[in-house]
Design a protein around this ligand. Structure first.
Ligand SMILES: CC(C)(COP(=O)(O)OP(=O)(O)OC[C@H]1O[C@@H](n2cnc3c(N)ncnc32)[C@H](O)[C@@H]1OP(=O)(O)O)[C@@H](O)C(=O)NCCC(=O)NCCS
Length: 427
């Protein structure tokens, strides 16, 4: 049970010296959880949840190690001045393999207590907790890309938003074998877990999600009743009638022209390439619609190569998404596959110490005292870990240094993943 993991004593002692109490939240007691959740919402400038949604939130995340920092001298002593939660969950790595990683979320520090080192204590305590549990890496998604590099995290899966001009984007892919159907939201929600899991296992960078996240995505647990009314669900069934994909979308009317709606695709999850083709072929042909908007997709979407006009699809925002922090180099590297035979010594630098050292990468991965072929920091190692960031590009950027000829080329060839990593959710 993640929630039973005790608070980190080092950070608790350091915060206590500053008059602050670092403690766990009882995730079965709404009277304690509710102020924590309100502090979390306030930290992200979001509206507080209704009582009903707060209860669903608590039930849906009860297993997380949920912690807060309290300033007992304040006017509202029951609301924490900082929040964080964390849990171990599988992350898919290249070769359709998985590793348990420490997911960190809800990092907030109240504006009244910012820039006094509270977040640093939270983050360092999370890394120590992960290492103590023998987890080889930690991971998070971030509000700002300037915060977490100092703790050894680095972008490992990028994401893109897309806009598709459906007047130009005629579908030219292989014709899907099955059919698309409108299905009641609750029914698709019930069928979704198998599809979500199949998609995750073939996508490096994707993590095992939790039921409450999808209840929110399907607007089943949501305070946004307007959104809940507008959301539509479609399901793709293959030729034998087995559901292999679903999409959730809403339509927005154009201000002046009823024939120019925009469809926003909140989710499109598929277990097979055939289902992917089927859902896109359908969405590209929605009547009275000229634009599809797709947030948070892979930077390497097959649909770009399945339309008549390449310029009909525009990546509107490419950015960092999943940040990885390696803690145990041999365990993390042994968990994934490689695509060229490795025989290299790497030297990893790490200001916080967890991953620092020299390692021989070969049939097995072990510590060594041999001279390194390559020097890189734990950040660069995190970035290339999922196989979506080029070691050669990082060398050109001066962030990876090769000491022997061909070493970085080999690192790059071995680490590159056949499937571009992608994470389909925020956490
Ligand atoms: C981001 C946030 C958690 C930082 O909390 P904090 O207690 O003020 O941070 P700390 O004082 O512990 O700062 C730790 C380090 O991060 C740096 N830092 C903190 N916030 C930063 C930011 N927004 N951008 C760049 N650097 C930042 C500090 O300068 C400090 O650097 P140093 O230790 O190397 O000198 C807080 O500002 C916050 O809650 N923001 C809104 C919610 C949010 O964005 N949370 C992050 C979710 S991923």
């Amino acid at each position: 049970m993640n929630s039973a993991l005790p608070i980190d004593p080092t950070s608790a002692a350091k915060l206590a010296e500053r008059g602050l109490r670092f403690d766990l939240v009882d995730t079965s007691d709404l009277a304690v959880f509710r102020p924590w959740l309100d502090a979390d919402s306030r930290g992200f400038h979001a509206a507080p949840f209704s009582d009903e949604t707060a209860e669903q939130f608590m039930a849906g995340t009860a297993d997380r190690r949920t912690s807060g920092v309290w300033d007992d001298s304040g006017a509202d002593a029951k609301t924490p001045v900082a929040t964080v939660n964390s849990w171990a969950t599988p992350l898919t790595v290249p070769g359709e393999r998985q590793i348990d990683a420490w997911a960190i979320s809800s990092v907030t520090v109240a504006s009244t207590h910012r820039r006094r080192g509270i977040a640093r204590e939270l983050l360092e305590s999370e890394l120590r907790s992960a290492a103590q549990q023998k987890l080889a890496l930690a991971m998070l998604t971030v509000s700002e890309s300037t915060i977490y590099g100092r703790f050894g995290f680095s972008p490992a899966a990028l994401s893109a938003d897309y806009e598709i001009d459906t007047r130009k984007a005629r579908f030219t892919g292989v014709a899907p074998s099955g059919r698309v159907q409108f299905v009641p939201l609750e029914q698709v929600r019930a069928e979704a877990p198998a599809i979500i899991e199949a998609n995750r296992l073939r996508t490096p960078g994707d993590i095992a999600t939790w039921s409450h996240l999808w209840d929110r995505t399907f607007a089943i647990s949501s305070d946004d009743k307007e959104f809940a009314k507008r959301i539509r669900a479609i399901r793709y069934d293959d030729a034998s009638g087995t559901p292999q994909g679903f999409a959730l979308y809403t339509l927005k009317e154009h201000e002046h022209d009823f024939s120019k709606h925009t469809a926003r695709v909140h989710s499109l999850v598929t277990a097979t390439d055939d289902a992917y083709a089927g859902l896109f072929a359908f969405l590209l042909e929605l009547d009275l619609t000229t634009k599809l908007v797709l947030p948070l997709r892979s930077v390497d979407e097959p649909i770009r190569w399945q339309v008549a006009d390449f310029r009909a699809i525009r990546a509107t925002d490419v950015r960092d998404h999943l940040w990885v922090r390696i803690l145990d180099v041999p365990a993390a590297l042994a968990a994934r596959d490689y695509f060229a035979a490795l025989d290299l010594v790497i030297e990893v630098t790490d200001e916080l110490g967890f991953a620092a050292g020299r390692y021989r990468l070969g049939a097995s991965i072990e510590r060594t005292d041999d001279e390194p072929d390559i020097t890189l920091s734990v950040n660069e190692l995190g970035s290339i870990y999922l196989g979506g960031v080029s070691a050669l590009t990082l060398e050109r950027a001066g962030r990876i240094v090769g000491h022997t000829e061909g070493a970085v080329e080999l690192l790059d060839a071995a680490f590159r993943s056949p499937v571009t990593p992608s994470l389909s959710v925020w956490f």
